[in-house]
Ligand binder design. Structure first.
Ligand SMILES: [Zn+2]
Length: 254
């Protein structure tokens, strides 16, 4: 059964991943996420249902639009596959447990932010709000009241810390160092993790972001890189590895 459910979550993730591409591309442009149907970005040919099947359609069409034969960006199958694999891993680690839902919310938020923040440098407020509310509901209702209260407090603490980091950064560098989207994002991360682990996500996010930032600076002379995807990668990493405070204490005392 476990294998069957794993495959189920993989397919579910592929389908959601395809939808998250639409959300991540359209919301920052204030376009509807339902209408019009998806079309080829080069020739605007409306895609048929079988051209919308994640990853498979890309493989069968050899990465080209059936209408204008121009190449389809590898970005789409990549984010779809990433959603599918992370959905499957989430099920594999947590099984049917309230934490599975929180894990799926983190992964979903991560994918939408990868699409929107990398392409437009925007983390849509609606999305941050939606996933924050979903996590709060799971914590208060499926877990218990005290867990919910602690998680809310942790979110507020992280929002405050991130806000202070921004103020200090602005003073030192005399320019905007952190976007408002990143600060609100930290509220969400605080909801999902203990504040100490949430602070750790800032470090892990920075460690993953550093080589990417250096590469973009050298290769493309890109000065600003979006931080949101890296913060959420750190969040997903800590949540999925189930790193807890005791493990950190053990690692530090060894
Ligand atoms: Zn086309």
């Amino acid at each position: 059964m476990r294998i069957l459910y794993s495959v189920g979550f993989l397919i579910l993730g592929l389908l959601f991943g395809s939808f998250y591409n639409v959300v991540g591309f359209r919301l920052p442009q204030k376009k509807s996420i339902i209408k019009p149907r998806s079309s080829c970005s080069k020739c605007s040919h409306i895609l048929k249902w079988y051209e919308l099947i994640p990853v498979m359609s890309f493989i069968f069409q050899k990465g080209k639009c059936r209408h204008c034969h121009k190449s389809i960006s590898l970005f789409y199958p990549f984010t779809e596959l990433m959603t599918g694999i992370l959905f499957m891993v989430s099920y594999y680690i947590f099984g049917f447990n309230p934490n599975l839902l929180i894990s799926l919310f983190i992964v979903s938020f991560l994918i939408i932010v990868i699409v929107s923040d990398l392409n437009y440098m925007i983390i849509p407020d609606e999305i941050t709000l939606l996933f924050s509310i979903l996590v709060i509901i799971v914590k208060f209702i499926l877990l218990d009241f005290n867990t919910g209260l602690f998680s809310l407090l942790s979110g507020v603490i992280m929002f405050t810390i991130m806000y202070l980091i921004m103020l200090i950064g602005n003073l030192i560098f005399k320019k905007e160092t952190l976007g408002g989207g990143d600060i609100k994002l930290m509220f969400f991360i605080g909801l999902t993790l203990h504040p100490i682990l949430a602070i750790l996500t800032i470090f892990i996010g920075s460690i993953i972001a550093l080589p990417v930032a250096i590469y973009l600076q050298v290769k493309k002379n890109e000065k600003m890189i979006p931080f949101g995807p890296f913060l959420l990668l750190g969040n997903a990493f800590i949540f999925l590895t189930q790193l807890d405070l005791n493990t950190i204490k053990l690692l530090l005392t060894k």
